[in-house]
Design a protein around this ligand. Structure first.
Ligand SMILES: Cc1cc2nc3c(=O)[nH]c(=O)nc-3n(C[C@H](O)[C@H](O)[C@H](O)COP(=O)(O)OP(=O)(O)OC[C@H]3O[C@@H](n4cnc5c(N)ncnc54)[C@H](O)[C@@H]3O)c2cc1C
Length: 348
């Protein structure tokens, strides 16, 4: 259940393994997968630390999105560099220190002044590469259309009252199956089978701008990130992390802050065309939830992607399908079995 990036990748690998399946999703106007920039960044944070399992997860993701793109006749992923504008001398120093330790993915720009025509900046730029953009705005509807054409999609709110999970399989209305896999993102926090897991939901926002004079083909980063978004001249600008929130709506504060920031940073004209917000299905340990329920063994989960659904979902969707078909183990840190004690208290 669910067709965000997790459900898309999970159903893709079901199809690759010739499994019989059906996807149920209520196609909301707003979800994190519809709000995300789609960025895969190999490093993270102020100290430009290489991300978890980068050498396995990132090449796997690139390869998978390219295969899906070929099948659907779309460009599902693009490779780009990130131009990292140092906001102050300390950040530059930290970047240089990391470079001196032979850290992968990072280098210094050859020409410090290259971006003077487009941006205001004082402390030079670094380069992070390769990075990727997953074109979720094209990929998700194209995959949904493919599923609809092959009678594998139901547009509906999944009703847990109609689900029976037994030791022999699952029944949902007139559908009988071996298993149900929940890829329900932030709603997983209220899912009667998995709500006890330590989710740590947080809200994020983005502004969409039109800036026709800004070159595409690069991602730009200073105190925010600017990502080419779908069409030429359109950029996604974000984001923030709000831990205490009452709703998933855009806030005036973010819009004002971002507009001000962009006005200071960009030398080229821009116009705001949209403002989005959604809640990320993040987890306390910053690791996904992947695998089958320890008590209700035919109910499984692929969730907890946090800020990194685009890079994590392909590999862990594949691992989960492999686990279902061949009983191969799931990566320990991601395996939901680490929460067996908590999940044993489940009362759906
Ligand atoms: C502002 C912002 C920026 C982000 N930027 C990036 C980025 O650049 N790169 C990156 O990798 N990640 C990014 N993320 C995080 C990324 O969006 C998430 O990791 C990812 O979208 C999670 O995908 P998912 O499929 O697990 O969940 P979701 O996207 O939440 O999908 C779950 C799906 O299940 C459906 N569903 C749930 N319950 C039911 C039900 N009862 N019945 C029917 N359907 C149901 C929902 O409608 C939805 O379609 C960003 C998030 C935000 C908020």
């Amino acid at each position: 259940m669910g067709q965000g990036v997790s459900g898309t990748l999970f159903s893709w690998f079901c199809e690759q393994h010739n499994l019989d399946f059906i996807v149920i999703d209520n196609v909301p106007a707003n979800s994190p997968s519809k709000t995300a920039a789609g960025l895969i960044n190999p490093v993270t944070g102020r100290r430009v630390v290489t991300v978890w399992m980068d050498d396995i997860i990132i090449p796997f993701a690139e390869n998978t999105y390219r295969q899906i793109g070929t099948k659907l006749g779309i460009e599902a992923i693009s490779k780009m560099d990130i131009v990292d504008f140092f906001p102050n001398p300390f950040m530059k120093e930290s970047f240089l220190k990391k470079m001196s330790q032979q850290a992968p993915y990072i280098s210094l720009s050859k020409d410090e002044h290259y971006w003077n025509e487009h941006f205001n900046y004082e402390f030079g730029t670094g380069i992070i590469e390769p990075a990727y953009i997953v074109h979720l705005q094209q990929l998700l509807p194209a995959w949904r259309q493919y599923l609809i054409t092959h009678n594998k999609f139901i547009n509906q709110v999944f009703d847990f009252n109609k689900l029976v999970v037994s030791d022999y399989g699952v029944q949902y209305e007139n559908i009988e199956a071996d298993a149900v896999i929940f890829c329900d993102g932030v709603e997983g926090n209220a899912n009667p089978y998995f709500s006890l897991l330590p989710f740590a939901l947080n809200k994020g926002e983005a502004i969409i701008i039109e800036a026709p004079a800004l070159p595409g083909g690069h991602i730009y980063k200073k105190s925010m990130t600017l990502v080419p978004f779908g069409e030429p001249g359109i950029f996604w600008a974000g984001t923030n992390y709000i831990w205490d929130f009452d709703d998933d709506l855009p806030t005036d504060a973010f819009r004002k802050y971002t507009e001000q920031n962009l006005s200071n940073w960009l030398k080229v004209p821009f116009k705001i065309t949209d403002h989005k917000a959604a809640v990320r299905p993040a987890t306390v340990e910053r690791r996904p939830f992947v695998g089958m329920h320890p008590v209700y063994r035919n109910a499984g989960i692929l969730n907890g992607m946090g800020t990194k659904g685009c890079s994590l979902a392909p590999y862990f969707a594949w691992q989960l399908v492999q686990h279902l078909v061949l009983q191969t183990p799931i990566e320990k840190e991601a395996d939901v079995a680490r929460h067996t004690r908590i999940l044993s208290r489940t009362q759906p």
